[in-house]
Design a protein around this ligand. Structure first.
Ligand code: NAD
Length: 473
């Protein structure tokens, strides 16, 4: 753990395993509530000096961290593949994305401008100032184990806040590697702290109830996010929540079905489907359904699952056996209720599949509303294809979910694209685009997918408090 500028090791350790091989790849300190308290105290003390550093000074530290992350890109990506399982190429992309947040927020730190506002009174002047909130508590998931950290740490530090972060228990080694970089970049003691643990509950409780914490930022499942938001409400702490998704991917019959199928197959199986913006419901207009399913299935059948360090592999393992069980349950349920299986549909065992965490990339069509996969977030390598007849019907089906994170639309008709963009109740919409994300663009969901945005100027605003001065002159 990294507390008050020093590396701390506990006697109680837990081991981290490679999900592709089941091998232990390291041991990590199993911190408890007392470590969270120490880290919060350190962050609280450091706040007064860090918030007084000029924005130029804070930017310089983040810029150094960016440089170090880029220098270590290959090492970090290999670590990520071993710890989390995604193919090396995807890990390299993630490290770049993670570093982008350090760079973007180092630049944006200098652009926290105030405002002057006109008054109706001749003798009055209004001035607005934006100030850092204070100590931030952050909780991050395992699926994007480096970028989800920098997406929180970079804006917090840029704003002048200090932070205590608890990473996911499956991927603490990536978090340690990020904090090594922050240490070497010259982040002062207490400004950024890391508490690792096998049991997140007591740490989460401390984050929600410690009066020194002014804000909680969480990325993970909707169930845990709701619980933490409820607990944090007792002290009216500010919260940001990046939660689950159930993204629709809509292909209208004027789109090129082959181009759309290639795009859908690429984004669906990214990170073995373990992404919050992964398409979970692929709606295809009936006129192009057969061509779409054929091309999609051909692409998927060529995907090789295995250890992400093997360059021929494009699908890594799932995070654990529970995840495999959830996917198997959804596929079995869909097949019992009449879905058609085009590819995959089974757990991969034997030969090089030693860890029991592999599920074959799977294509199902004729998916309908009564199936679990139609409602539940899948978080696995299963594509569910659903036919539709017209615009109104598909918008209604796409919006018929409690989630509202990402959506995708394929069409060549500009007015249809614009109408769908406006009608879909999702925070991020890709129009003929499978990667509508960037450090410079606001990321976040509506409804039960979350509260607030990360990245972009809005992502910095999440760590700032507004102060108004009314001057009588
Ligand atoms: P999870 O909610 O189980 O875990 C996420 C984090 O919360 C982990 O660090 C975990 O240790 C911690 N946690 C769990 N219980 C806690 C508690 N009681 N108190 C404090 N912390 C606790 O989710 P997961 O399975 O690790 O991640 C997958 C989920 O994350 C999916 O639903 C996915 O859609 C979502 N996700 C969302 C985004 C986004 O930006 N919206 C990005 C990535 C992942």
């Amino acid at each position: 753990m990294y507390i008050n500028g020093e590396w701390v090791k506990t006697d109680r350790q837990f081991s981290v395993t490679n999900p592709a091989t089941g091998e232990a790849i390291g041991t990590v300190s199993d911190g408890d509530k007392s470590h969270a308290v120490l880290a919060i105290d350190a962050a609280f003390t450091a706040f007064s000096s860090w918030s007084a550093v000029t924005a130029y000074g804070r930017a310089e530290v983040l810029q150094k961290a960016y440089g170090l992350m880029i220098e270590r890109k290959q090492m970090l990506a290999e670590l990520m593949t071993r710890e989390q399982g995604k193919p090396l190429k995807a890990s390299l992309n993630e490290v770049q994305y993670a570093a982008d947040f350090l760079r973007w927020f180092s630049e944006e730190a200098k652009r926290v401008y105030g405002e002057t506002i006109s008054s109706a009174r001749d003798d009055q002047r209004f001035i607005v100032r934006y100030e850092p909130l204070g100590v931030v508590a952050a909780v991050t998931p395992w699926n994007y184990p480096i970028s989800m950290i920098t997406r929180k740490v970079a804006p917090a530090l840029a704003a002048g806040c200090t932070i205590v972060l608890k990473p996911a228990e499956a991927t603490p080694l990536c978090a340690i590697a990020v904090f090594n970089i922050l240490h070497e970049a010259g982040v002062p003691a207490g400004v950024a702290n890391l508490v690792t643990t096998l049991d997140p509950v007591p740490i989460g409780d401390e984050f929600c109830t410690n009066i020194k914490i002014k804000k909680l930022t969480f990325t993970g499942s909707t169930a845990v996010g709701k619980k933490l938001a409820q607990d944090a409400a007792s002290q009216l702490k500010r919260v940001s929540m990046e939660l689950g998704g159930h993204a629709p991917f809509i292909v209208f019959d004027d789109a090129d079905p082959i181009h759309a199928a290639k795009g859908a197959s690429l984004v669906k199986f990214l990170n073995t489907g373990q992404a919050c913006i992964s398409p979970n419901r692929i709606f295809v207009q009936r006129g192009i359904l057969d061509t779409f399913v054929q091309t999609f299935t051909e692409r998927v059948a060529k995907m090789k699952a295995g250890d992400g360090l093997d360059p021929s592999v494009s699908i890594g393992p799932l995070v654990n056996r529970e995840a495999v069980k959830k996917v198997s349950r959804q596929v079995e349920d869909a097949l019992e209720k009449g879905a058609i299986l085009h590819s995959g549909g089974k757990v991969l065992t034997g030969g090089s599949y030693t860890s029991e965490n592999f599920y074959a990339p799977t294509v199902l069509s004729a998916v309908s509303e009564d199936m679990l996969i139609y409602r539940e977030e899948t978080f696995g390598p299963v594509a569910a294809i659903i036919p539709f007849d017209d615009y109104d019907q598909v918008i209604q089906m796409a919006n018929d979910t409690r989630y509202g994170l990402a959506a995708y639309v394929y069409t060549k008709n500009l007015s249809r694209a614009m109408r769908a963009f406006e009608a879909l109740n999702f925070g991020i919409i890709g129009i003929n685009d499978i990667n509508p994300t960037s450090a410079a663009a606001p990321f976040g969901g509506m409804s039960e997918s979350g509260l607030g945005r990360e990245g972009a100027r809005e992502g910095l605003g999440e760590y700032l408090e507004t102060k108004l001065g009314g001057f009588s002159i």
